[in-house]
Each structure stands twice: as C-alpha cells, then as structure tokens.
Design a protein around this ligand. Structure first.
Ligand SMILES: Nc1ncnc2c1ncn2[C@@H]1O[C@H](COP(=O)(O)OP(=O)(O)OP(=O)(O)O)[C@@H](O)[C@H]1O
Length: 923
C-alpha cells in the first residue's frame, strides 16, 4: 500500500517537476539565446504556446501581485505580439482523469444513498487521490484564471495603446485647435480692448466642433475671465475718472480761489492806483503828464536832430563829389540814421498818443474819483443826518414801545386804575380808621374831662354836703337856741328865725335837682364810658376786618399786577438794551472845560474850541487858522452841568444792575476836568456818586422782586504799581487769575466792602479820594498822578425765579496825559509822567486792536488795561468821556485827545452780553 502511495507521489512529482523544468528551461533559453525585441519578433513558439517573454512576464506577475500598468514608452508592436494561448497541458490530461474520478465518486455517493455501501470510500488511497485531484483542480482553475487575467491585461494594453494613439491624435488636433484658439483669443483681446465689440465666438463655431467643445468651454471661461478683468479695468478706469474729476474740481476751486485773490489784488492795485493818482493830483502833475512832458521834450530834440541832419544832407548834396564814394557811404549811414530817427519819432508819436490816452483815462479816473468822493461826502452827510436823527429815533423807539404794546398798555392802565381804586379804598379805610382813632382819642379826652368834672362835682357835692350838714347843725343848734330863746324871747325874733329856716329849707329843696341832674349825668357818663370801650373795640375789629379784606383784595389784584409789572420790566429792559445798542456799546462823549480864571496864565488867550448848539455831536477846533470838525456821540458845551453829563450815562448804570459789565472812563490832558467829571466835589458830585445813588434808587424800586448785593473796591495805579485806596497800609497788590476756575481776574488782598446804603458809599468815596496821590503841576494845582478805579459789583437774585445776575461797573479817572515839557515835570514827576503816558499808550493799543478786530488784544501790556480787561472787551459796554480844554494854549493836546476819541468811536464791541445764571447755568 505504501509502495503504491510512493509510486503515485513520484508520478506526480515527476510530472510537475518536468513541467517546471521545461518552463524554467524555456525562460533561461529565451533570455540567453534571444536578446532584444528582434528575437522576440522572430522567436519560435513553444509547445505550450507561451513565448519566453510572456512567461517571464507571467512569472513576474505571479511574484508581484500588483499588476502595474505598462509604461507609456512600451512599443505598440510588443503589445501586438500578445496572442491567445491554448489550454492543452499534461495537467489537462490529469484533470480529465480527475473528472472521471469525480464522476466515479458521484456514482459511489449514489450507490451509498441507494444503500449499496461499499468500503471503497474508506480507502486512504482514494482519499489522498481525491485530495490531490481537488488540489489539481484548483491549480488548473488558478491557471485558467491567470490566463484570463493575462488575456485581459493584454486586451487592456491593447486598448490603452489604442487610447494613447487616439490621445496623441487628439493632442495634435488640440494643439492645432489651441493655436487656432490662440489666434481667436488674440482677436478677442483686440476686441476686448475695444469696448462694445460683439463676442467673436459665434454659436455656429461652438457647435461646429463637438470634439473641441471642452476647449471651447475653457476658452469661453477664459473669455469670461478676460471680461471680468475688463470690467475690473473699467472700474479702475471709472475710479481714475472720478479721481481725475475730483482733481479737476480741486484745480477749478484753486483757480477760482486764485481768481478771487487776483481780483482782490486787482482791486487792491486799483485802489493803490487811485490813491496814487489822488496823491498825484494832490501834489500836482501826474506821472503820465510828466512823462508826456519828457517825451514831448525828447520829441522836440529829435525833431531838431532830424532837421539838423536833413540840413546836413542838403549841404552835402550841394558839395561836388570829391570823394563821392565816401560821401555816398556817409550819405547812406545818415539816411539809415534818418530812417531810424523817423522810426523812433513814429514810436515816440505812438507813445505820446498812448500817454495822451492814458492821461485822458487818468483824467476820467480822477473825475470818477471825484464823483466817488462826492458820493462818499453825500453818504457821510446822510450818515451824519442819520446820526443826528438818532435822538428822534430814540424817541421814536420809546414811542413805538408804547405803540407796540397797546394791549399791554390797556391792561396796564386798567390794572393801574384798579390799583388806584383799591388804593383809594384803602386810603378811605385808613382815613376811617384814623377818624375812628381820632374819635376814640376825642372820646377818651371827653371821658377824661367828664371824669375830671365828675370828680369836681363829687368834690363840690361832698363840700356842699358838709356845708349843708354844718348849716343843718347850725340850724339845729339855732333851733334849740331859738326854742330855748322862744321860751324866753319874743315872737318877733321867732318869726325871723322861722323865715331863716324856711329860706334854708328852700335852698335845700333847690339843691337836690342839680344834685340829681348831676348824679344822672354822672351815671350816664359812666355807662357811656363803659359802653364806649365796647364800641371802640367793636369799631376797631370792624376796621381791622375791612382793612384785611381790602389787603386781601389788593394782594389778589397785586399778583396779576406783579406779573404784569414783571413783564413790563422785562420789556422795558429789552427796549432799554435796544436803545443802548442803538446808541452803541462803546460811546464817546466829549466835555469841554469852561474857561476858568486860574487857567488864563497868559493875557489874551483865545478860545479855539466851539460847540454847535444845533448839533450835539460835533465840535470845531480852530488850529493854525483852519477849523477842524470832530464828530462824536455827544458833545457837552462848557456850561453843561454834572447832572446833564450823568443823564447820558444813566442807562448804562442801569445795565450794570441788569448784569452787564460797564466801563466808564474819563480821558484827557491834565487839568481838563477828568476828576471833576468823575468825582466832582462835595456840593457838586460827579458821575461816581451819582451812579451809586442811581444804583441804590433802582435797587429800592426793585426790592419786591430782586434782592441785590453791592460791593465796592477802589484801586489806584501809580507808576504801574497797584494800591488799595480803601486800605491804610498802601501795600502793593498784584493782578492774578481767579483760582475758582472762572478764568476771571482778581486782586488778592484787595479790600472789598459790601455797601448797604448810599450814605455808606459817600464815606467810602471820601476815603478813596483822601488816599489818592495828587501833586501840584504847572498845569493843575491838584493833579491826579495815578489812574483811579472804582469797581462796583452788583449781584442780583430774582426772588421769583432764583436766577442770578452779576454786573460790574468800573468808573475810571485816568491820570492826565501831558506833555512833559509843558507840565514842568522833573525827576520823580518825570518818571510818573512817562509811566502815565505809557499806560495811556497801552490803552490806545487795546482800542486800536479792538477796532481792527484783532484776535489778540494786548490787555496785558499795562496794569490799567489788564485790570479793565473784562469791562473793555467784547460783550461789555464802554463810555469814554473825553475832556478837552477850550484854550488856544492847549490846542495840541485837544487835537490829540479828539483824534484818539474819534478812533475809539470806530471801535465795535459787538452786542453786550448779560451775565446771568439760571439754575447754576451761565448765559
Ligand atoms: N466843567 C467844569 N466846571 C467847573 N470847573 C471845572 C470843570 N472842569 C474842571 N474844573 C476845574 O478845573 C480844575 C482841574 O480839574 P481836574 O482836577 O478835574 O482836572 P484833571 O483832568 O483831573 O487833571 P489831572 O489829570 O491833572 O488830575 C479843578 O479845579 C476843577 O474844579
């Protein structure tokens, strides 16, 4: 049995071994004997139909499970060599044998199922055989599969090759198409560069080549990309356009600005030219005239030259030609010279005509200028008239105030009438009260008299009683005596006694009625007195009731009245402000000092300053035989009283109570009356005292609605040093910024006194006057050597609304401006004078800057201007009183002062600003 197995295994081994060896031999022989593709082409086929190469490949494929794709470089011929391989191997014979065995086994199974069981299946040889057969079957199946796979691979290769070929052809055609399309793109680009060009890709073209549709699509995409780029470029272009437009606009604006500047410059040049021509006309001949003269003179000389040359020519022509050539040459040069001269003559003539035209033009311009001047004069005249008509305007404004509010006025008059009625009733009640009181007093007196009378009566009665009793006692005694005597004496005597007794009895009976009447009188009087106190009390109560009722009625009516009054006050304030603004927030008044005896040092001094009684705003100064007219806001004639001057300033003082900053200062040469105007004397007080008086009277008027606090301080600036005029120590003071953050100035250490009454202020003013530095100069016996400032602050609180106002009134008496040589100042006085003049100069600079509306106003250049900063600048009200002397000896100073005043006149401070605080907010 074992021997059989061994034999079988051997058979199989030899069969497989042989097949394997053949395969290996084939492979080795092919690799050694048939090198390269040539041998492959010509190589004979083996028994099994496999070429050596194929086998090698198959081996490789077997060893490498992954069948990598053939390289593209593989030749097409190689691929074509692959053919179908027939499946006729020794294994096939074995397989047929195996199939037969299987069939046998199947029949055996059938036999088993039919019950004919044999013990063949149990034989180990049959099992091994069946195993071997299964293995062989699997192997053959594997080989078949391998063959199939090889076939597929070959087919695949073939397809791939075919595909590659197709691809090649396609690539070539694509390249061709690409070239075509490139040309199309170029044309497209050209088309794109030209806007609105229709797309060169027509539908027909797209559809014409279905194979190149993808390429066309790509092209279309690129076209879209290009279009996108084009739109982007267009956007950029638009942006550039807009930038360009912006630049254009900017350029245009700049051109306009330049044009404007040029226009301005032209107008400026024209003005200059006009000014120049004016100056020329003022000095005499114009430049053009002078040039005309010069040119005509030159012309003349040229003409003379010409005539001389012509004469020379004639002479030369007369001379026989000796050296003719020389002469000809000379002649020619002369001719050319003549020609030149003629040309220049012509030019000159042209210039002359041009200049004549110019002179004509300048003449015309002069005429224009003259006309303009006339117009200006007319305008000035009109302005003057307007200024003159201001006063009626002011009146008109006040009238219009009344006209504008007729309803209010009606109401007011009604209210006033009611008020009057009520006050009349109140007064009648008062009178009644008074009358009652008088009656009470009289009845008191009467009762007192009665009591006195009663006492006298009582005294008399008691006396009479005593007398009566005494008489009765006497009579009783006499009666007893008589009885005794009757007993003893005659009947005659008894009769006498009886008569006496009867008369006494009569007297006694006569006595009781008076006594009774007196008694009744007394009792009635007593009852009257008792009743009178009751009556008096009830009458008083009645009167009180009536009075309280009247008062209630009054207060009811008063509420309305108060409201109306408030409105009226506000309206008045408004119109007052308008009035002040109409007059100007900076006003210049001029006061001419009357000629006093002590001023006339020299004999025969004439008066050179005259005022016009018909025009209150002009004054004429006669200087060097010429009269100069000065126009100011108001001119006071020399006889003007202090009251008259104050009346002009009064509205501004009222403004201060309403919360405005007001500055009033007197300016002028030394001795011209500044101190007189500001301070005055005890008998004839000046602005300071009158202003304070007015202030307190207004405060008194408004006490029902406003409560005010008035504080006063006074300083002097002497040699640029600040001193307190209300303090005795005379310490140097400094001006600083208030640390409260308001940015306002304050003077640390300055005495500020709260003033309660006008009497109090009088004392304060007297102290300030005493402390001020004065010295006698040649110009003034008591010349003030310092600037004195009286600063009044009025803080008001509206009792109804609680709003607060802060007004300031600065009253300044400036030190006199003076000419040092004239005032005879030396040493310390000279230094004073220089300091005074310097600070006045600083004041002038401030005024000048305000007038020119400069952004920087040089307030800090002197202590005076620094201190007056908040009352001199914008939003404040200023009055300058210019004091001038009328005497000829002071004409220089008078002219200086008036010129300065006229400059101040032209300053505009703008609308005044009220300093009011409502609920902690500032206006
Ligand atoms: N309108 C006037 N009526 C009467 N007297 C006047 C008038 N003006 C000035 N005076 C008198 O002239 C004198 C000089 O005046 P005042 O002292 O006021 O001049 P001033 O300008 O203040 O001088 P200074 O600058 O030197 O102080 C004083 O005696 C004054 O009484």
């Amino acid at each position: 049995m074992y021997a059989f197995y061994s034999l079988l295994v051997y058979i199989f081994y030899t069969v497989f071994k042989k097949e394997e060896e053949e395969a290996l031999e084939g492979a080795c022989g092919a690799s050694s004997d048939e090198p390269g593709p040539v041998s492959m082409e010509t190589g004979s086929r083996r028994r099994d139909g496999h070429t050596p190469k194929m086998r090698k490949n198959a081996c490789a494929r077997l060893s490498e499970s992954s069948s990598s794709s053939d390289s593209d470089e593989m030749s097409d011929e190689d691929e074509e060599d692959v053919s179908e391989i027939p499946a006729c191997t020794p294994l096939a014979a074995f397989l047929s044998f195996k199939q037969e065995a299987e069939k046998r086994r199947a029949s055996q199974v059938q036999l088993e199922t039919t019950g004919k069981v044999t013990n063949l299946a149990e034989s180990p040889l049959v099992a091994v055989m069946s195993h071997l057969l299964t293995f062989l079957e699997q192997y053959s199946h594997f080989q078949q599969l391998q063959q199939q796979a090889d076939q597929y691979r070959v087919q695949l290769k073939r397809h791939r090759a075919q595909h590659r070929r197709q691809m090649k052809a396609l690539r070539a055609s694509y390249r061709q198409r690409l070239r075509d399309k490139n040309s199309i793109i170029c044309s497209l680009e050209e088309a794109i560069s030209q806007p609105q060009t229709p797309s060169p890709l027509s539908e027909g073209e797209c559809s014409s080549d279905a194979g190149t549709q993808a390429g066309v699509h790509r092209l279309v995409e690129s076209l879209y990309g290009l279009q996108g780029e084009r739109s982007k470029l267009r956007g950029e272009l638009r942006l550039l356009h807009s930038q360009l437009e912006q630049k254009e606009r900017d350029r245009h604006c700049r051109i306009q600005a330049f044009q404007q500047q040029i226009d301005e410059l032209k107008s400026c040049i024209e003005e200059r030219e006009e000014e120049l021509s004016r100056l020329r006309t003022a000095t005499g001949a114009t430049d053009s005239e002078k040039r005309v003269l010069c040119l005509s003179a030159e012309n003349e000389s040229l003409k003379q030259n010409l005539s001389v040359t012509q004469g020379l020519l004639q002479q030369l022509s007369a001379i026989p030609s000796q050296s003719s050539t020389m002469l000809i040459k000379e002649n020619e040069t002369l001719r050319s010279r003549v020609q030149q001269l003629e040309i220049s003559l012509q030019q000159r003539a042209e210039q002359l005509s041009q200049l004549e035209r110019q002179s004509e033009q300048s003449e015309w311009r002069r005429g224009e200028e003259l006309r303009k001047r006339e117009d200006r004069v007319r305008e000035l005249q009109l302005e003057l008239d307007r200024e003159r008509s201001k006063e009626p305007l002011v009146k008109y404004v006040t009238q219009t105030v009344e006209v504008e509010s007729p309803a209010t006025l009606k109401q007011l008059t009604k209210a006033r009438q009611r008020n009057e009625l009520l006050s009349e009733r109140l007064s009648t009640q008062n009178e009644r009260c008074k009358h009652l009181e008088e009656q009470i007093r009289k009845s008191d007196e009467y009762s007192c008299n009665l009591q006195h009378k009663i006492a006298a009566y009582e005294r008399e009665i008691s006396k009479l009683r005593e007398d009566l009793l005494r008489e009765i006692g006497h009579l009783e005694e006499r009666k007893e005596e008589a009885v005794k005597a009757a007993a003893s004496c005659s009947a005659e005597h008894f009769q006498n006694l009886q008569d006496q007794f009867f008369s006494l009895q009569k007297r006694l009976t006569a006595l009781p009625p008076t006594l009774r009447s007196m008694k009744t009188d007394y009792t009635s009087l007593r009852s009257q007195v008792r009743n009178f106190s009751d009556f008096y009390g009830s009458a008083i109560n009645e009167a009180k009731k009536q009075i309280s009722a009247a008062i209630n009625e009054m207060s009811e009516a008063n509420k309305d009245l108060l409201e109306k009054y408030r409105k009226e006050v506000a309206l008045r304030r408004k119109y007052h402000e308008q009035l002040v603004e109409l007059k100007g927030n900076i006003r210049v008044l001029c006061r001419v000092k009357p000629v006093l005896k002590e001023d006339q040092h020299e004999e025969g001094q004439s008066v050179v300053v005259t005022t016009d009684p018909n025009n209150e705003s002009s004054l004429t100064v006669l200087s060097k035989g010429k009269g100069r007219i000065f126009e100011l806001d108001k001119v006071f004639h020399p006889q003007a009283a202090q009251e008259e001057v104050f009346q002009e300033i009064e509205p501004l003082v009222t403004s201060c109570i309403d919360g405005y900053h007001v500055c009033i200062f007197a300016y002028g040469q030394t001795g011209s009356g500044k101190t007189h105007t500001m301070e005055g004397s005890v008998e004839n007080p000046g602005i300071n005292q009158r202003a304070l008086k007015h202030l307190f009277s207004v405060i008194e008027e408004r006490k029902d609605m406003w409560s005010y606090t008035v504080t006063v301080s006074s300083v002097e600036i002497y040699n640029e040093v600040l001193r307190d005029l209300l303090s005795k120590d005379g310490e140097k003071l400094d001006i600083k910024i208030n640390p409260d953050g308001t940015g306002q100035l304050h003077v640390p250490g300055l005495r500020i006194i709260e003033v309660k009454s006008f009497q109090h202020i009088k004392k304060i003013l007297a102290t300030a006057r005493r402390n001020r530095i004065t010295f006698g100069t040649q110009m003034n016996q008591h010349s003030s050597r310092s600037h004195a400032l009286l600063c009044i602050t009025v803080e008001g609180t509206d009792l109804a609304t609680g709003s607060k106002t802060t007004g300031k009134l600065n009253l300044v008496d400036l030190a006199g401006s003076e000419r040092v040589w004239k005032s005879g100042a030396e040493g310390e006085r000279l230094k004073e004078a220089q300091n005074i003049n310097r600070s006045l100069l600083a004041l002038g600079d401030v005024i000048q800057a305000l007038r020119a509306r400069q952004t920087h106003i040089p307030f800090r250049n002197s202590r005076l201007t620094y201190l007056l900063q908040d009352s001199l600048g914008k939003g404040s009200k200023t009055v300058m009183v210019v004091q001038v002397s009328a005497l000829e000896s002071n004409v220089g100073e008078t002219l200086c002062s008036l010129k300065f005043a006229q400059r101040v006149c032209k300053v505009e401070l703008g609308p005044a600003a009220r300093k009011i605080e409502a609920g902690g907010q500032c206006d």
